[in-house]
Design a protein. Sequence first.
Length: 512
Amino acid sequence: MEQTTLSRRTVLRTAIATTALAAPFVRSAHAAAQVVPSGSMALAWHTNIAPRWLDPLQHDGGATGDNFLNVLQDALIKNFRDQKYDHLALAEHFEFAEDAKSATFRLRAGLKFHNGDPVTPADVRWSFEHYHGAWAEVLHDRTDGVEILGDRTVRFNFKQAFLDFPRLLGTANVCGAGWVVPAKYYQEVGQDGFVQTPVAFDGYYRPVHVKNFTIISVPDPATRVAMLERGEADIVYFIPGEMVARVQSNANIMLAPVVSGNWWLAFPGFQDPKNPFHDKRVREAVSLAIDRDAMNQAECAGLGRVDGNWINDDVENALDWPKWPRDVAKAKKLMAEAGYSNGFAYDWLTPAPPYYSRGERVLAQLQSTLGIRGKMQTLERAVYQKRQQGGMKEWPGINILLTGARIGASWANWYESEIKCGGMLAADKFCVPELDAKYNQYLASDKPAERKALAEEIQRGILENYYFVPVFRHAFMNAIGSRIAATKWQDVFPSFITTGYAYPWEDIELKS
């Protein structure tokens, strides 16, 4: 398989200092001990690599980009190990007002970008004002202005109470608005130049153990595993189900089964009465025909979790939902009632890359049980993501998407990105205006009980109408080579509560 190597920086400089809690939403940081970086480490990445993932201003609202943000960039606050969003990074102090109408950050002293320029409040303000990725519209609409208070302090002032602001700003797989880029340099080289021209910097404020870190795009799973076995890679992402036993039988390799994102089926354009998925009975029949337990066993060696919601249960206001039944007889009855006793043909089933075997299983199950017949479409990850953002014009005909996400912080991040009319990844594919009306009420409310009730009502509406059909929460099967210093996989994936990826990168050590 063709391999693409990303070596944007030779020295890892990402992450955050230790923190001590002073008061709610107020934290202070302490200097870290000095460590001399040494050695080289390689990660075999499981898809192609899109340059835009290296630019926080273009964050697409999904989990993919946060791997690269945490390698290359830094934020005011961010998720770190088991802390979900408010661990101090570029900021040494963070205070969120009691009325939720302002947030104040004081930068660490002596911070510099990769090119040696100082990190200033002006860079913070410019980065926020020029952010155009996921949640940009909400953030900009609800912010009255960004105020510079001296040479290290910046305050975000909101038009009204903005309870979600810290979680949005500080969660790497949700939003890039809190990630700070050098304004002067970005304007000089432009968007394309920014992602193409890295400059390493040795003065990072946290200790970094590995000096040289390379990410290699290796879409073929057998090649990734072989690289790990030969010592050409030290960490690999995504071991498919059929290769798990091979990894587990190798004493020099440690399997890292991170219970991560949920997977679900979606039906672009189901609002159109001419689309067979317009009929709720057809969508319910699909749900009844899917063998979720078999998917978990085959794809994740049973290490994933068959749950009920399409939203992870580890985010705020996620609705607990029972496991979905499998009842092929009832599914056939519903299909007959809908006028499709012999099934029907659709154009494409498209799984999120590179999880093609999961798509093949769904394709086969729907055809064998209900006569719902189609072909599978395989796309590169970057192409798939861009088509997701392009809306219905990118999905002509009748389609099924098998998609997954690991989005942190709040249920609202899932809704905003994946189903909302005009959402970053939803575009116009799944627009349900009555749900959006309730969602706008949620955004406008500053009452926690009311917000929770609205969140659960919206999720219930999605699930009861089978707008999305949850499949399972997968184990993101990764592997760790023998050169990495670790006694358990959580040593390399300490942030598993918020992401499937292995960071903070600077904490990873090589054996002596």
